[in-house]
Design a binder for this molecule. Structure first.
Ligand code: GTP
Length: 239
């Protein structure tokens, strides 16, 4: 078996990915396949945190005409549904999981406590962070960057429906080229929308690489953990 190159990772899972081909809601076959991949990574001894989006249930911007703050809180609630779905699927595979939420929902999950999360990781449990950062005007990309900094994670693995970062929309332009590597500044300068600028800045300030790749074919999370060159790696300039 290949060796992992990271000790502690944050997986940023897009909400849309959990919908599989349905485009909305939860597709259990997809979720099981993703969780199998995560189980294999845990079995390698890698400490795993997950930050999940909510776009399969609600997008802040889908509330046209709605108060932005209300819409953002609804999106954060959607991430908790996804966190609980992932918890259930992972537990069915025998993986120990703890869900922590950014605002207290004590009846259904632990509140976010940094030191407790770190102890869970040390004990080999997967920790899923729900409710984003707990604040409106931030995305779950920013939540992943924040938690990665707090957990002192080695990398953010951003598993998406697209297989990497392109110079233009690959669905509309057949000549679109995928970048294998980018610097944080490249992403900000080029205005690449694949990850939001707040998250990129936070990762740049804390030297956390961001590896963006497609969830499909399943097994890509293991490949990324073992340092295989898939997707796009965003990091600082090497000195
Ligand atoms: P250790 O400290 O290693 O024993 O961790 P642990 O998570 O097993 O112990 P703890 O007694 O803190 O938790 C036991 C169970 O209760 C776990 O499934 C936790 O996720 C859950 N739990 C702990 N605190 C809370 C909480 O505030 N709310 C909810 N809903 N569950 C909690």
């Amino acid at each position: 078996m290949e060796k992992p190159i990271y000790k502690r990772i944050v997986i940023k899972m897009s909400g849309e990915a959990l919908a599989g081909n349905k485009g909305f809601g939860l597709d259990w076959d997809t979720i099981k396949a993703i969780c199998n991949d995560i189980r294999a990574v845990v079995a390698m001894g890698v400490q795993v945190c997950i930050v999940v989006g909510g776009g399969n249930i609600w997008r802040g911007r889908s509330g046209v005409g709605m108060d932005r703050v209300n819409a953002d809180y609804m999106g954060m609630l959607a991430t908790v549904i996804n966190a609980m779905a992932l918890q259930d699927a992972l537990e069915q595979l025998g993986v120990e999981v703890r869900v922590q939420t950014a605002i207290e929902m004590k009846e259904l999950a632990e509140p976010y406590i940094r030191r407790k999360a770190i102890r869970h990781l040390e004990k080999g449990r997967v920790v899923i962070f729900g409710f984003g950062t707990g604040n409106p005007y931030f995305t779950t990309d920013s939540a992943a960057a924040l938690r990665a900094a707090e957990m002192e994670a080695d990398v953010i693995l951003s598993a998406k429906n697209v297989d990497g970062v392109y110079d233009c929309d690959p669905n509309q332009n057949e000549d679109a080229k995928m970048y294998q590597a980018l610097t944080y500044i490249d992403v900000l300068d080029k205005g690449l929308k694949v990850i939001d600028s707040t998250a990129v800045s936070l990762c740049m300030d804390n030297n956390i690489p961001i590896h963006i790749f497609g969830l499909n074919p399943y097994g890509n999370i293991q490949k990324a953990v073992c340092g295989e060159k898939i997707g796009t790696l965003i990091e600082g300039v090497k000195e």
